[in-house]
Design a protein around this ligand. Structure first.
Ligand SMILES: C[S@@+](CC[C@H](N)C(=O)[O-])C[C@H]1O[C@@H](n2cnc3c(N)ncnc32)[C@H](O)[C@@H]1O
Length: 282
């Protein structure tokens, strides 16, 4: 029958029990713990992976996760939301320039952690601001993510030319002081971020669910990551950031994220409530 040939196969919707089985399987076979991710969005992501891979049932998904070595990188790449952009939320970068960077300038050596950096666009945005403030040579930026494919892409510093027009707008709105095109070299349909913006950045894998403190920082940026966590995991991440910050260090989070529900909130002051910039005060 003609209609059957074109009919899209919808995967089975996931119930709680099936979801739990998948989470357990991923944890035992691949070492990633998604048990404290926000349930509704995690469920949607799993359903989306099933659709992309044309898997009809939870059984098929479990089979692939168990028996097909090439499937897990694909699964991980699509289970995490990797969307990012340069100078995302320009007003945030403007406030960072005006309220945080002048304080960082008073330190002889500055360590910064970008947690959940995805493909590196926000890392390079901050490098530009630090360069314009004359601080880049005194900075080390540790940029981490759960997803190794994102980190591989971030390390190359290669971006698509198509996005540069929007990024230039964002840069100008963020109060950028130079010609944005000074910061990259165009090559056909891609651009490469200038080497001087990449040389003080170290990319490495770090999982906010299971990994711990690895240094002490004057600034931690973790934007648009905890929105995918449940309250319990958000609190773990906030504790980790608190313990990774130097006294009076800065923490920035995403526009839709909030420190207000965390027991640790009284240990921070708001530098800019609108831009979600906080400062450790004890
Ligand atoms: C939406 S992107 C945010 C990128 C960037 N911070 C921004 O705001 O533009 C979310 C990133 O969080 C990462 N992520 C998700 N769970 C994580 C975890 N447990 N530990 C570290 N990174 C994680 C994902 O791999 C993804 O790259």
């Amino acid at each position: 029958m003609a209609f059957a040939i074109n009919m899209k196969i919808e995967p089975q919707p996931l119930n709680d029990e099936a979801l739990q089985e998948i989470v357990t399987l991923i944890q035992t076979q691949h070492g990633y713990d998604f048990s404290n991710y926000a349930k509704a969005s995690f469920t949607r992501r799993v359903e989306r992976v099933m659709e992309l891979a044309e898997l009809k049932s939870v059984y098929d998904l479990k089979f692939q996760l168990t028996n097909n070595k090439q499937f897990f990188p694909f699964f991980l790449q699509n289970i995490t939301v990797n969307v990012t952009e340069m100078f995302r939320d320009p007003a945030f970068y403007k406030e960072l320039s005006e309220k945080v960077i002048p304080v960082l300038a008073t330190y002889p050596y500055i360590k910064i952690w970008h947690a959940g950096c995805s493909t590196g666009e926000e890392v390079y945005s901050l490098s530009i601001l630090l360069k314009e403030a004359g601080l880049l040579d005194r900075c080390k930026i540790y940029a981490t993510d759960l997803n190794p494919l994102n980190l591989e892409k971030a390390k190359t510093g290669i971006l698509s030319t198509k996005q540069m027009r929007d990024y230039t707008q964002n840069y100008l709105q963020a109060g950028g002081k130079s010609e944005f095109s000074n910061y990259y070299t165009a090559r056909y349909d891609s651009v490469i971020i200038a080497k001087e913006l990449r040389k003080n950045v170290v990319f490495s894998q770090h999982n906010l669910v299971t990994d711990g403190v690895f240094n002490e920082f004057q600034l931690i940026c973790c934007r648009n990551v905890m929105i995918y966590f449940n309250r319990h995991l958000q609190n773990r991440a906030y504790d980790l950031f608190y313990n990774s910050l130097s006294h009076l260090g800065f923490l920035t989070i995403g526009a839709k994220e909030s420190l207000l529900f965390s027991p640790i909130k009284q240990k921070f002051d708001a530098v800019s409530a609108a831009s979600k910039i906080y400062r450790r005060i004890d």
